[in-house]
Write a protein that binds this ligand. Structure first.
Ligand code: ATP
Length: 396
């Protein structure tokens, strides 16, 4: 396929150039609500990239992206097949991580400082910029958290582990194996994992740096330093006045390689990829079910009573570690941000479509009601009947 793309590069450019630059706007069906934001970040093409970009943020509609793939028509003429995707917030090739942090993440810090649970997931194909994004975000969190501007006395502790299949390792202790156990109160304990107390920005950054260097890596076709495990950085913020904890999780998910990319690496690698894909699928189910539960409890409490969707968080090690985020019995406030990372190269267009489809699947949409937002307003007015239809489809 890559050869086909290269041979037809100029044809691809001319087909894309001939498209309407202002396509008919896609009608937004709503926004993710109320405790989750699903975003996407398109990384720039690298300098030595030989394939054109297949990813085009829409000029006339915010947060919508067009993907143009090239197909070999049976009659031998290359044709374009286009698809579009919508997220809550789209960051283009020229967006810096600082901008993403300011728009999406910074509010999680005071939220966790005051006892909430904030989680960021970076998801995407191998080489799409997950580690690039998360490591910078962790540095920025350190700067916000330790700037002395928040009220109250707190102690800050960091734990960083990685999960490969069902095995877990301590990235702050030479990758010593640790075990995941549920204690008598139902909380998941990382038995054997070190918790490092940190006192300032430099401490926090040094801890992150130590963990990064230990992260298990193995070469893939797409990224010579691909991470083959989920890295979870947990920042526990202890309120010394009342003994309660706030939590921040930064989760750099393992690259979602396609089977054909790993075929050349043998059976072990295939098994590893299968495990990664299963855990990502359970994660998707949990994020979605949690969003449905939150939507159900905030919007339709009277209609549904205590009935909330089942959240299958026990089905994988990843979601068991994140029990605080997914446990439906928990009464703690949780806010979640997902960043779907995308490499725009035409050679990666299949995986890019999968990543953005995955992002769309995570969105449990709430009808738009903000009359002041003209973009949303022109897109849709909800009648009572539409609202009933929406509830029937989405909250069952
Ligand atoms: N926004 C960006 N701007 C500039 N370079 C980037 C950006 N995002 C990623 N890169 C570069 O792309 C390469 C791959 O990025 P990264 O290692 O973060 O990918 P990944 O998604 O974590 O991959 P894997 O799952 O295999 O670990 C790196 O060389 C990184 O520096």
């Amino acid at each position: 396929m890559e050869r086909f793309y290269l041979e037809n590069k100029s044809k691809y450019h001319s087909l894309v150039d001939a498209l309407d630059p202002l396509p008919k706007p896609r009608i937004p069906k709503g926004m993710s609500g109320p405790n989750i934001i699903v975003s996407a970040r398109i990384r720039p093409l690298s300098e030595n990239e030989i394939f054109p970009s297949a990813v085009f943020p829409r000029a006339n509609q915010k947060n919508v992206v067009d993907i143009h793939d090239l197909y070999n028509h049976p009659k031998g003429i290359p044709i374009l097949k286009s698809s579009d995707y919508q997220v809550d917030k789209l960051f283009n090739m020229d967006s810096a991580t600082e901008e993403i942090y300011k728009e999406l993440v910074v509010d999680l810090v005071p939220y966790a400082w005051n006892g909430g649970v904030g989680t960021l997931f970076a998801y995407g194909q191998t080489g799409s910029g997950k580690t690039f994004t998360v490591s910078r975000v962790e540095g920025l969190i350190a700067e916000t958290m330790m700037n002395g501007k928040f009220e109250g006395k707190r102690e800050v502790y960091m734990t960083i582990i990685d999960l490969a299949g069902n095995a877990a390792f301590d990235l702050l202790n030479e990758r010593e194996p640790i075990s995941l156990r549920e204690d008598s109160l139902g909380a998941t304990q990382l038995v054997g994992a070190q918790e490092n107390q940190v006192f300032n920005v430099d401490d926090m950054k040094a801890v992150v740096e130590r963990a990064t260097s230990l992260r298990r890596t193995a070469p893939t076709l797409k990224n010579p330093a691909s991470s083959r495990s989920h890295a979870i950085c947990r920042i526990r913020i202890r309120n010394t006045e009342n003994g309660s904890d706030g939590l921040l999780y930064m989760v750099d998910l393992a690259g979602s390689e396609a089977a054909r990319d790993v075929a050349v690496h043998g059976a072990d690698r295939m098994r590893e990829t299968k495990q990664i894909n299963i855990s990502l699928s359970v994660l998707k189910d949990c994020i979605r079910a949690k969003a449905e539960a939150d939507t159900a409890t905030t919007l339709h409490r009277e209609r549904l009573g205590p009935k909330v969707p089942h959240i299958p968080f026990r089905q994988s090690a990843l979601t068991r570690v994140l029990k605080h985020v997914f446990d439906p019995a928990s009464t703690r406030g949780c806010k979640t941000i997902v960043i779907a990372c995308v490499n725009p190269s035409l050679a990666d267009v299949g995986s890019t479509k999968n990543t953005l489809r995955f992002a769309e699947l995570l969105r449990v949409l709430v009808p738009l009601t903000d009359e002041s937002d003209t973009e949303k307003q022109s897109a849709m007015h909800w009648t009572n009947m539409q609202l009933r239809e929406w509830i029937k489809e989405n909250v069952s």
